[in-house]
Design a protein around this ligand. Structure first.
Ligand code: 8DG
Length: 131
């Protein structure tokens, strides 16, 4: 089978919280904003582009938060940590966005592929926000 195409999720950290976004539609659920990497784009360029498009937010993307997680036969999710360079997030394409602290992380109905990243997200929320 050919390799899965990568979907970038961007975990934006600010003031001890992480930004979660609610995807609309039947396959909806909470996710890290982002999207598919276009041909010839790096992960970082794709992630920054998607966050400008989806949230009007300018972010600085740092390290990945763990191994890729299969979404289905065609796609796999890769999540990066990021911080805000400029702007306030606005849900231009999502039903809702929320800054989530460590205590509320588990109570959201996350998409299945996102759940394996939550321990790394929680770990980061407990640290000084170094990318
Ligand atoms: N962006 C994002 N997508 C996720 C996450 N978890 C997860 O299973 N997905 C799935 C949902 C979608 O089927 C797919 C990403 O699609 P997308 O709609 O965000 O990608 P895109 O912006 O490039 O969309 P398109 O132009 O191809 O329509 O990955 C996540 O944390 N972030």
């Amino acid at each position: 089978m050919s390799e899965r195409q990568i979907v970038i999720g961007v975990a934006v950290f600010q003031d001890g919280k992480v930004l979660a976004a609610l995807r609309t539609g039947p396959a909806g659920g909470w996710e890290f904003p982002g999207g598919k990497v276009e041909p010839c784009e790096t992960d970082h360029v794709a992630g920054a582009r998607e966050l400008r498009e989806e949230l009007g937010l300018d972010v600085r993307i740092g390290a990945s938060l763990g191994a890729d997680v299969p979404i289905d036969e065609r796609y796999a999710l890769r999540v990066y940590a990021a911080d805000v360079r400029a702007g306030e997030p606005v849900p231009l394409e999502h039903a809702e966005i929320r800054w989530v602290g460590p205590e509320d992380l588990d109570s959201l109905d996350w998409l299945p592929a996102d759940r394996p990243f939550l321990p790394a997200v929680r770990h980061r929320l407990g640290e000084a926000s170094e990318l």
